[in-house]
Ligand binder design. Structure first.
Ligand code: TYD
Ligand code: MG
Length: 459
């Protein structure tokens, strides 16, 4: 292939095309194709697979091993002692693992990474900063009370220089902040472009696996909420963590969306303070602490985040609209899901939302995605519509179907346990879940089949 052939790479999905097009044929995004050229050494070398049965002698080529013969060795995990962090990592940072931590700018990624120095004072950490100066990182570390002499700072963006520093320091942990600034000078494209992000990550990945330290790669998130750079990044790494939260709230959630060494979707909750992040071991208590009692439009739901049930307050406000198209404003919940729930309430329970504005707010800046919170959202809306407070001692668990039926949810028992622990008297759960409850919980459990039934009982 001629080396100078230009190619056009989609900055969203990494799709490659031979000519420029306005729309990417890979993902359908507009105006995302950018011309990139690659140097010869990264061009895939097509191996010569012609074989005449003479594939080298068996001592040199890579031999498959039978499963029982594969050696496991010690499972070396680095525990930070901060439970909220260790849980998300699947019980500690696996030696030789490569993790990507992504989040909006200013959410606290660099803060969390700097704090690793405080969590692990006797581990050598090499903190590569491509965005800030060493002085800035030091100032932050001072604010966080981190003063470890095992924390090495390097202001660098060149992958080769980073590899040299790894040789010098031999760290247990490498932090690269951020991947959008790191580049390989032998590639002509700009830092942050798809090929740079992909190739720099590949180089760091190789380095990590060869030397068996662990790496955290910091990445920014685009407006659409995906990690800036190609999707392939997510496939390359062992663990993908999202650091999320509302800038206006103090709570931050660290969520593993992919983890080769533990359960995915596990969350850790932190609070951002003046002097850094503080772990929140009992998030339900925090999320319920500002609950309004005796007010219509408030319910409590239980959402399972990874292996952990969390109780959160849902607030709804339904008011007559003064617009021709009524408003639907939602924070922390999918607005399409809300539309569906309102339609079901209208059709099955006769609540006419079509001339009302509906505002839904999930307290504490949390984002709920599990369908098991549907019932709570529906009842909050119905409660505000009728202006009758819902029973404050009840937790509502259930998915709402289009027929108004309450559908089964997964793992009902840990949810009941959490609700009982926080002193709730009653849990409304899907009827079909009742026979899956084996244990005894100090809470009244009632089964529900239809949304209309719950509306009548709870309000
Ligand atoms: P930062 O870690 O720089 O964010 P990111 O690396 O994700 O872009 O965090 C920046 C925000 O965190 C900034 O708005 C200030 C706030 N912050 C605190 O509230 N307390 C602190 O101790 C620190 C270090 C930062
Ligand atoms: Mg930062």
């Amino acid at each position: 292939m001629a080396q100078s052939d230009p190619k056009y790479v989609c900055q969203e999905c990494g799709h490659e095309a031979h000519k420029w097009m306005g729309k990417c044929t890979g993902c359908g995004a507009w105006n995302t194709l950018v011309q990139e050229t690659e140097s010869a050494d990264v061009e895939a070398q097509v191996p010569d697979l012609s074989t005449d049965g003479q594939n080298g002698d068996p001592t040199t080529h890579n031999q498959p091993e039978q499963l029982p013969e594969v050696e496991l060795g010690e499972e070396a995990r680095l525990r930070t002692g901060v439970d909220e962090f260790d849980r998300v990592m699947g019980g500690g940072i696996m030696q030789g693992s490569f993790s990507l931590i992504a989040g909006d700018p200013g959410i606290g990624k660099s803060t969390l990474m700097t704090e690793l120095g405080g969590y692990l004072p006797d581990r050598k950490i090499l903190y590569v900063t491509g965005e800030e100066s060493k002085r800035q990182v030091k100032l932050r570390a001072r604010r966080l009370g981190v003063d470890s002499d095992a924390l090495y700072l390097l202001a660098e963006t060149n992958v080769q220089e980073i590899a040299n520093a790894v040789d010098d320091v031999t760290p247990d942990l490498l932090v690269a902040d951020s991947i959008q600034t790191i580049s390989r000078p032998d590639l002509s494209s700009a830092p942050g472009s798809v090929s740079q992000v992909r190739e720099s990550t590949a180089s760091l990945l190789k380095l990590t696996k060869e030397r068996e330290f662990s790496t955290f790669l910091v990445g920014h998130v685009t407006k659409k909420g995906t990690i800036a750079g190609p999707r392939v990044l997510e496939h390359m790494v062992d663990t993908v963590l999202y650091f999320e939260g509302d800038q206006n709230h103090a709570y931050r959630i660290l969520r593993s969306v992919k983890n080769r060494f533990g359960a995915a979707n596990e969350i850790g909750v932190f609070e951002m303070r003046e002097n850094g992040l503080r772990e929140v071991p009992n998030p339900s208590e925090i999320f319920l602490s500002e609950r309004g009692y005796g007010v219509s439009g408030s319910t409590v739901v239980c959402s399972l985040e990874g292996t952990r049930p969390i109780l959160v307050e849902i607030q709804a406000l339904v008011t007559p609209t003064s617009y021709s198209t009524p408003q639907r404003t939602v924070t922390g919940f999918a607005s399409q899901r809300l539309q569906m729930i309102l339609a079901v309430l209208e059709k099955r329970a006769g609540l006419a939302f079509s001339d009302h504005d509906v505002f839904i707010n999930v307290a504490g800046g949390v984002r709920l995605e599990e369908p098991a919170v549907d019932l709570g959202v529906a009842i909050a809306a119905a409660s505000s519509f009728r202006d009758i407070p819902a029973d404050t001692g009840s937790v509502l668990i259930g998915e709402v179907g289009l027929g108004g039926e309450i559908r089964t949810v997964s793992q009902i028992e840990p949810r009941l346990k959490e609700a009982a622990k926080l002193g709730f008297d009653r849990a409304v759960v899907p009827e079909n879940n009742l026979d899956r409850i084996a244990g005894e919980y100090d809470i009244d459990v009632s089964g529900a089949e239809q949304l209309t039934g719950v509306v009548d009982v709870v309000l």
